[in-house]
Design a protein around this ligand. Sequence first.
Ligand code: MN3
Length: 200
Amino acid sequence: MKFTLAPLPYAYDVLEPIIDAKTMEIHYSKHHQAYVNNLNAALEKYPALPEQSIEELLNNLEKLPADIQTAVRNNGGGHFNHTMFWSLLISEKKYLAPSASLLAHIEKDFGSFDAMKEQFSNAAKTRFGSGWAWLIVDTTGKLKVTSTANQDVPFKEGKPILGLDVWEHAYYLNYQNRRPDYITNFFKIINWKKVEDNLR
Ligand code: MN3
């Protein structure tokens, strides 16, 4: 079982000035690549493990040999989360707002788009240390905001459809300690079409 780093779906500088090219380059080619390498290194110890998707691995950590569970949780989570994160960012204008049906779903579960944005932003601001803020859909179809520490994926709460990396490596070159500004600007580069695809 071996995972690979998929090509970034756009150039490093395409999200400037919200996410600068240097941050994108380091984040993708160093941090994400390291998660993939470390995940593969852990799995290489057990070549007889059955072939699984990254989601299957992360949903069944307790079935893995005990000595690689933490490495797979951290690095497999890092691989899954970053792959999703890259796909959710966009500089094109046409998907920068949710469709009418997605907006209706958000309004049903949060009251308004702004209420969801506020909950999400608060989750991202108050996640202490490193982690992620999430918009998820639970098993009943309800949208919820949550956050996780480190590279944990919120599969136990539901399916993630939008995630924001709030590790300092994601924003420090450009924003230093201004995590709230990074969060505000993130909402200007969300591909809501992709969020809706994740919901289906
Ligand atoms: Mn990251």
